[in-house]
Ligand binder design. Structure first.
Ligand code: FMN
Length: 250
């Protein structure tokens, strides 16, 4: 069974539930998320998401300038035993194979942005353990999002003083930022930086996460021109990523 067929089976009855989230998509060919990755509206109304309804103060138009850093979080559902030539459905949903190397979907996008901009890359990591089994991972993520858990960030927040422009990317988890991403954003300070957002997803588009990020980084100049791509389209997204980067104001 191919991935698209797998997703179609998974969404039976779920299209209405994700309809609102799909409306927020900024780009990419979208497919509704499997039912297990949609969630009731009440779960989306976590404190962080509610806070995002307050618009950040206008900070001018962000431009790509000076030194750039690509910061991203990615959690492909792969193990040391994953075979690049024979990925399972769950692995394929969360990963891209490039020259025999398995990359997370968001990692793949981040690497292209870094290559196109000459930016350095910083991957957000946590010592907190997340399973790679999809069901276990979604269950744990749901519990953590409901409880407001904030994982520790490996190595803390990097020194951002040398950077003028930040590209910030993440996957969508339960129509929200993954806990590790929220944890990072609550500790980091993007004040006076130009910030461009990107995310990958399974059908929810950006799920309103740009507003959450703007609320968490009120001192930053955050672009509304974010790059959003479905996991179904990510493997073929390089031309679109390149076009997005080259079209950003300088
Ligand atoms: C715990 C969990 C929850 C997810 N929830 C959603 C969701 O609510 N909406 C959605 O569109 N995709 C959801 N997804 C799919 C991921 O956003 C998508 O597979 C993404 O491309 C993964 O990126 P990564 O490989 O860089 O981690 C979820 C994935 C996981 C692991």
């Amino acid at each position: 069974m191919d991935r698209r067929h797998f997703i179609k089976l998974g969404i039976a009855g779920a299209t209405v539930a994700v309809g609102g989230m799909l409306a927020g998509c900024a780009g990419g060919a979208e497919a509704p998320a499997p039912r297990s990755e949609t969630h009731p509206q009440s779960q989306a109304e976590t404190p962080s998401t509610s806070a995002a309804t307050e618009p950040a103060a206008p900070k001018g138009t962000p431009v790509v300038t000076g030194n750039s850093l690509v910061i991203y979080y990615s959690h492909p559902e792969i193990t040391a035993a994953s075979d690049p030539a024979n990925l399972t459905e769950a692995e394929e949903n969360s990963a891209v194979v490039v020259d025999g190397e398995i990359l997370g979907n968001t990692q793949f996008v981040a690497q292209i942005i870094a290559r196109e901009t000459g930016a350095e890359l910083h991957r957000i990591e946590t010592p907190h353990e997340y399973p790679t089994d999809h069901r276990e991972l979604t269950n744990q993520a749901q519990q953590e999002l409901n409880s407001g858990f904030r994982p520790e960030i490996t190595g803390g927040i990097p020194d951002l003083s040398a950077y003028d422009t930040i590209f910030f990317g993440h996957p969508i988890w339960w129509a929200q930022l993954p806990p590790t991403v929220t944890s990072f954003l609550e500790q980091a300070d993007f004040s006076d930086k130009n910030v461009f957002l990107f995310n990958t997803h399974g059908g929810s588009g950006d799920a309103g996460t740009p507003a959450t990020i703007k609320a968490l980084q009120p001192g930053a100049s955050v672009s509304s021109d974010n790059y959003v791509v479905s996991r179904d389209a990510v493997a073929g997204a390089e031309p679109a990523i390149v076009a997005w980067v080259s079209g950003l104001p300088r």
